[in-house]
Design a protein around this ligand. Structure first.
Ligand code: 5AD
Ligand code: SF4
Length: 483
């Protein structure tokens, strides 16, 4: 009987993609997915290191597995991804029942390493050497890329797929562990990206669903691939992919403000399938904090970038990340962040309390001197300001028709009484707004018009116009989601 694996994933979209690729790789050599940890022969934790909280959660989940391992010593427990790279042998000291520690750069060897452990060769560790101790060329080589063939079965849905455009990061923002754990920036060849998107589009066409592709990179807009005389940037990738048959929507995350060039903004404005949606983290509205964070721009330059986006792509949705309570952040400096959020009117923002990461410049040179209670207060305040803006920005959509790519039944649909084959569905607009409406499950994977009836900060509620072919609102569109 085939061995069964179960993957628990935390962290960013990179990790979600890595887990899918790990699953593809394992299925490719004869494994089967298990529906729970309990039923699996191999349990893998795909981990995140970006904040302390994420690591604490993994170590406590590992602690809970100790019993299961004692009960069944043949069960293989693996820790993979960013925390594996960062902690290395420390994982075995903190959780001695772990069999395998594999960094993001060694995922291609996972199947072989699992086999070695299964035949008594464990515990095993496979991580890259400390990036600081290697030359750039050595580091690039040791942080190898892992691109197994994509299997549609390993994705949560046939109609959505992430495609890696870039690996790693060279920015070394002072608070961030990513350059150490994900290695140097490496852009994938444009032909390889195109080939993968064509394969995914073919799979979607075969299943009669619309395909949304999200290109991924830690700073995806610094994509740069040299092929002979020619250097390709992200805009070139978008132009190359836009006409692929079967591809309905194209997005890209995450962007760095410094690389938000006019040619990229123009590509978003020009290309019909590219979503007018920019996730471009500001992190702070204070110049002194931005400098300490080593972000490489001022709040004024960020505002100027927003102006360029708004001028070229009217109604574009812009979203951001912020860190509050960074080392030495005063109340006045925090207020500058609040002011930026008020002015920029982001569609939404992800807000984090600063968490010192061992080995980063900030952890080694600055005091983490904003008390936890104060970080929490700033976090809540900024969130309240942002949520009020998100709700206000959603109101003008009421009464308008938006195009929704239907993702599936909503979380609460199971609790609601379903009338006939109608259930509550959830999907997203091209600007990444969540829309809930009633419809048939046959609509999953389709792009359908939905008339918005009410809107909160996080969700739009509407009714499906699928039966009224070509239904259009008479009101003038001002927001890229409005039709
Ligand atoms: N503490 C808190 N937040 C962090 N981020 C990155 N490093 C840290 C840290 N040490 C946030 C940034 C980044 C997002 C993915 O996580 O806002 O954009
Ligand atoms: Fe971390 Fe900065 Fe790289 Fe983003 S750009 S991954 S915050 S170092």
């Amino acid at each position: 009987m085939s061995k069964r694996f179960y993957i628990e994933t935390v962290g960013c979209q990179m990790n979600v993609l890595d887990s899918e690729l790990i699953a593809s790789g394992l299925i490719g050599v004869g494994y089967e997915p298990a529906e729970s940890r309990r039923r699996a022969d191999v349990v893998l934790f795909n981990t995140c290191s970006v904040r302390q909280h994420a690591e604490d959660k993994i170590y406590s989940a590992l602690g809970r597995l100790k019993h299961a391992k004692e009960h069944d010593p043949t069960k293989i427990i693996g820790v993979v991804g960013c925390m594996a790279q960062k902690d290395g042998p420390l994982v075995f000291r903190r959780a001695p029942h772990v069999d395998l520690v594999v960094g993001p750069s060694h995922l291609g060897q996972l199947a072989r390493l699992i086999d070695e452990v299964a035949t008594g060769g464990g515990p095993l560790i496979a991580v890259s050497p400390d990036r600081g101790a290697a030359t750039h060329a050595e580091a690039r080589e040791s942080f190898a890329q892992f691109n197994p063939t994509r299997h549609v079965e390993t994705r949560a849905s046939a109609h959505q797929a992430m495609v890696r455009a870039m690996f790693g990061c060279d920015n070394y923002c002072s608070y961030c562990v990513v350059p150490a754990v994900r290695g140097p920036e490496q852009s994938r060849p444009i032909d390889e990206i195109e080939k993968e998107v064509r394969l995914l589009a073919r799979q979607a066409l075969d299943r009669h669903v619309a395909l949304e592709v999200t290109l991924l990179g830690q700073t995806v807009n610094s994509y740069r691939y040299r092929d002979g005389e020619r250097t390709y940037r992200l805009a070139d990738v978008l132009y190359r992919l836009n006409d692929i048959e079967g591809l309905a929507r194209l997005k890209f995350v995450t962007n760095h403000p410094r690389h938000m060039t006019d040619d990229l903004i123009r590509a978003v404005a020009d290309l019909e399938k590219v979503s007018p949606y920019f996730h471009v983290p500001a992190q702070s509205g204070s110049d002194r904090m931005l400098k300490r964070m080593r972000r490489g721009y001022t709040a004024g330059q960020y505002r100027e970038m927003l102006e360029r986006i708004w001028a070229a792509v009217p109604g574009a949705a812009v979203t951001s990340d912020f860190i509050v309570g960074f080392c030495g952040e005063t109340e006045a400096e925090f207020d500058e962040t609040v002011e930026l959020v008020r002015q920029a009117r982001f569609k939404n923002s992800f807000i984090f309390k600063y968490s010192p990461r061992p080995g980063t410049y900030a952890a080694e040179h600055y005091d983490d001197d904003v008390p936890e209670r104060e970080k929490r207060r700033r976090n809540n305040k900024l969130l309240a300001v942002q949520n009020a803006i998100s709700e206000e920005e959603n109101q003008p959509l009421v009464g308008h028709t938006v195009e929704v790519l239907v993702e599936g039944p909503s979380k609460s649909s199971a609790k609601r009484h379903a009338a006939g084959d109608v259930t509550q569905l959830v999907g997203r607009t091209t600007c990444d707004r969540i829309v809930v409406f009633d419809g048939s499950v046959d609509l999953v994977g389709q792009v359908v018009p939905v008339e918005i009836e009410s809107a909160g900060a996080f969700t739009l509620f509407g009714k499906s116009l699928f039966h009224r072919e070509g239904a259009k609102s008479a009101k003038k569109p001002q927001n890229a989601d409005r039709k």
